[in-house]
Design a protein around this ligand. Structure first.
Ligand code: GLN
Length: 207
């Protein structure tokens, strides 16, 4: 059983923990470096990326997360989490620091005022059984994606779900829908990296 941490500084942490649990992972909140060191993979929740970024620095987690992701730890980010996994943010004034790892440039709050929050079906490559319900809340979109980034879904001409190696990001919030197919896809990606044996197995011989 892979142990998957959810960065628990701000945002919809609880919903991600529940979704991961529902698809058979061991899910743990991560607030300190020692907790990060104990997980096989990390989810970065939706919330406010500027706040998450500042708190991550204050809690001494930003550098360790950058190092783990650079060393190949799988990670999934929804909405603000997508921004945290992006190498670049479009707004040059931001100065906002990210974990990075995904060769993308994101535009924050990209869908504009009239359309700040909406729900729409999203056809997601790699997820079978029909479209997922896309909950977009002041969501980013992907302005630029590098050649090795796989685009899984597009809306208004811009990628809203991407994957690259062990990194997955969605501009929307599957954790708010009760449909756990995106989390199942991520757990599959984690298993592909960790193999049958994961950090959880020592403490959880039946897992
Ligand atoms: N607009 C937020 C940000 O820039 C993201 C919103 C969300 O996670 N729902 O961080």
């Amino acid at each position: 059983t892979p142990v998957i941490g959810v960065l628990a500084l701000q945002g919809d942490v609880r919903e991600h923990l529940a979704a991961l649990d529902a698809v058979g992972a061991r899910a743990l909140p991560v607030r300190r470096p020692a907790e990060l060191a104990a997980v096989d993979a990390l989810v970065i929740p939706g919330g406010e990326s500027t706040t998450i970024s500042k708190l991550a620095e204050a809690f001494g987690l930003l550098e360790p997360m950058r190092e783990r992701v650079a060393a190949g730890m799988p990670a999934y980010g929804s909405c603000a989490g997508m921004i945290m996994l992006a190498d670049d943010i479009e707004d040059p004034r931001s100065g906002q620091r990210t974990i990075g790892g995904l060769d993308i440039t994101v535009r924050r709050n990209a869908f504009g005022r009239q359309n700040e929050s909406f729900e729409a079906p999203v056809v997601l490559e790699g997820v079978s059984g029909g479209p997922v319900e896309g909950v977009f809340i002041r969501a980013p979109w992907v302005e630029r994606a590098g050649p090795r980034v796989e685009v899984l879904a597009v809306r208004d001409g811009h990628p809203v779900a991407v994957r690259s190696g062990g990194l997955l990001a969605t501009a929307f919030h599957p954790e708010l829908t009760g449909d756990h197919r995106v989390h199942a896809l991520f757990v599959e990606m984690v298993r592909a990296v960790t193999g049958p044996r994961a950090a959880g197995d020592a403490a959880d011989p039946v897992g």
